[in-house]
Design a protein around this ligand. Structure first.
Ligand code: NAP
Length: 277
């Protein structure tokens, strides 16, 4: 079964602009203070400290952003800083979107591939919250980080290939699109779920193909995420309970944006990178 079979596949250029960027200001997550509100706004007041996700409207690499009150926005947890709150919605909503689609059960075995990235660090913590037995896959440098997030087991991909150790999982969550899809099938249980949160078109097509041709009754989940204010509020609650920690690798100023993107695009950040204004 394939969860994205009813979606329409469009080239990413369609979203971001065919001939030139549709939006000149990027950035989709934020944390800050409300400076003014419209006359009919009821959920928030001036001075509220809020965090959230703008999704495809982007525009958060800026000092000001106009935002609908019914968007994916919530009061910031008082226990963390704006920098820490700003990194939560990106990985948090992505991991939550996909894990919710698995109907994850207590005691199920979940493997998170790319467990040290923005989505991966959130996926490990959310899967633990849902009661799963979690295995994280990362390189040697990130083993301690992933253990500190509550992973029951950590596999160092530079020393061990998880597809060859004989273990099977209810859910395999590839958060970085670096996992060989076909090899991973042998590590899925017969009714297992494969999450390909960072898949491009070719991996999605491969996922569709394996879900049709595999002798196992596997479910493949990919595609664009969606989220609401309830999701941001859910993440806020987990932060307040101490079950979701923001992981920050580096912080840059707005003027250092090129440096920040260059670092992120190397594909080895630990958790998240913050732009501080
Ligand atoms: N479906 C959606 O709507 C949606 C929403 C949000 C994001 N995404 C996608 O998610 C991706 C970004 O995720 P992210 O920000 O979480 O990634 P990220 O933080 O950039 O990932 C970095 C991590 O990947 C690990 N990694 C790199 N190469 C690896 C390998 N060969 N094997 C295992 N781990 C490896 C690195 O660990 P080491 O340094 O230890 O190798 C590093 O900690 C993007 O492709 C984005 O398009 C999709």
């Amino acid at each position: 079964m394939c969860d994205f079979e009813k979606q329409i596949l469009l080239p990413f250029d369609y979203f971001f602009g065919l001939f030139k960027p549709k939006t000149s200001i990027l950035g989709s997550v934020f944390s800050g203070e409300i400076e003014s509100i419209g006359s009919s706004v009821q959920r928030f007041k001036v001075g509220d400290q809020v965090f959230g996700h703008t999704d495809m409207s982007f525009g958060t690499y800026a000092n000001y952003k106009c935002f609908p009150e019914n968007g994916s926005i919530a009061l910031k947890p008082k226990t963390i800083s704006h920098q820490e709150a700003a990194v939560i919605p990106f990985g948090g909503t992505t991991a939550l979107h996909f894990l919710k689609k698995t109907s994850i059960q207590k005691g199920q075995k979940v493997l998170v591939f790319g467990a040290s990235g923005a989505v991966g660090t959130a996926a490990v913590q959310l899967a633990k919250h849902f009661g799963a037995n979690v295995t994280g896959v990362c390189s040697t440098a990130n083993v301690d980080l992933v253990k500190s997030l509550g992973a029951d087991k950590v596999i160092d991909y530079t020393k061990e290939d998880f597809t060859k150790n004989g273990q099977t999982y209810d859910v395999i969550f590839d958060s970085v699109n670096k996992m060989p899809v076909s090899d991973s099938l042998q590590s899925l249980k017969i009714y297992g779920t494969l999450i390909l949160s960072a898949a491009g078109f070719s991996e999605m097509a491969q996922g569709t193909w394996v879900s049709i041709t595999s002798s196992k009754k596997i479910k493949v989940i990919a595609g664009m995420i969606n989220h609401t204010a309830d999701d941001i509020n859910f993440l806020k609650t987990l932060i307040e309970l101490g079950e979701l920690k923001p992981i920050i690798d580096k912080t840059y100023s707005l003027e250092q944006m090129v440096e920040a993107h260059t670092y992120v695009e190397k594909g080895h950040k630990k958790g998240n990178v913050v732009i501080s204004l």
